[in-house]
Write a protein that binds this ligand. Sequence first.
Ligand SMILES: Cc1cc2nc3c(=O)[nH]c(=O)nc-3n(C[C@H](O)[C@H](O)[C@H](O)COP(=O)(O)OP(=O)(O)OC[C@H]3O[C@@H](n4cnc5c(N)ncnc54)[C@H](O)[C@@H]3O)c2cc1C
Length: 436
Amino acid sequence: MAEKAFQDRLIEESLWVRTAGAAPHFAALAGEVRCDVAVIGAGLLGLSTALHLAEGGASVVVLEAAEPGWGSGGRNGGQVNPGLKIDPQDTVRRFGAARGEALVAFAGSVADETFATIRRHGIDCDASQAGWLQLAHTARALPGLERRAEEWRARGVAVETLTAGRAAEIAGSEAYVGGILNPHGGAVQPLKLVRGLAAAAAAQGAAIHARSPVERLERDGTQTVLVTPQGRVTAGRVLVATNAYTGPQVPGLRRDLLPVSTFQVASEPLPPHLAATVLPGGHHVSDTHRSLYYFRKDAEGRFVIGGRGAYGARGMEGAYAELRRVAQRIFPGLAEVRWEHRWGGMVGVTEDHLPHIAEPAPGVLAAVGFNGRGVALSVALGPHLARRLSGGPEEAMPLPVGPLAPIRLHGTKVAVLPWAAGFYGLLDRLDGGRVV
Ligand SMILES: Cc1cc2nc3c(=O)[nH]c(=O)nc-3n(C[C@H](O)[C@H](O)[C@H](O)COP(=O)(O)OP(=O)(O)OC[C@H]3O[C@@H](n4cnc5c(N)ncnc54)[C@H](O)[C@@H]3O)c2cc1C
């Protein structure tokens, strides 16, 4: 409960809540309903899947514990990035040539797919597709990026390798030693995107209920019953789309993930002389630190930067101060700006750095573990999950549908996360470089 109140406070303070306009009203579930598919969680994944299910003619009920976008979907950095956390060759090594290459092709397309969905439904979410810069903080980190670019180029994706000079020109910062540019990446106002998907799904007939936490799942013959404080949904199939905010309702699912905190700060809209020099082309960035930093400007020209590492309310002040300090190391001109927004949330991290799709019970599908890469991946997985929930074959899924993959010593690992973050920060400092 304390954690829920903490997460409530973080989202209420976020830049995205303050700039998204009035929240739409969705009634809580009351009474008994039946549907083809019930979705738990109104984030990007749940709503994209609900939209595609409803477009296909299925009756869909979405149950959200808080409000649509309350989870990571409405509080993230808004970076619409193609690709998985692991590189193409590694993906092929893990999944074999046929399935691995199909997964790489899917992962390479997810940003384009997300922008196509946004356009198709006319979602107003400050979408821009200026390209994603990945910048190396030391010379040692550069070959990994260059290899990544080559692996994508070998598959026809025009990822450009950047010298230090070219990277500095595009980013407007001398803090990095080079990098790569994927032109398919872009950015959105994430809460507007979630709300736009909710509106599109509702327009196609999906019933969305806010303030309707699923307390437990019960089996009734071939159907599943989802029990909320004031209602019950009887569904032929269920999608669990609760990611880092997964609770105990599906036994074992929580143990698939480590919930890792990440925080962000945003400046006032930059004055014209800084707006013209900080990320002048509107690109967004993530860098190669083990505790990586990610940054961009929003539609009104605020500088927004995030990073991982602080745990709970106690570490939060330090995390915000650290982000402001890092921002000024990267762009010294930011020393003169006011910092007006600060917030954070949880990322669902898996041990193999891949999203997991599992069928933990008959008729129940769960998709979790986007490893901080879920904006485009979850929107683009929606149509595939919709097909699977409508009886489509497992082989057609971009990722295999497997059993749950519980993390060994999960409780211990969750307990040591705060120290792990500090340890990675220390290693980053020992690397040298001009950022931390
Ligand atoms: C601060 C931050 C920055 C990030 N930045 C980026 C980024 O720039 N780019 C990127 O690609 N990814 C980023 N991510 C990750 C990305 O936001 C997630 O991967 C993505 O939003 C996952 O979407 P989702 O729909 O699976 O989950 P969520 O959006 O978290 O939705 C899950 C929902 O399930 C609900 N729920 C939980 N339990 C129940 C229950 N029992 N009953 C009903 N509802 C329930 C929750 O209330 C929540 O709203 C970031 C994450 C954070 C926190």
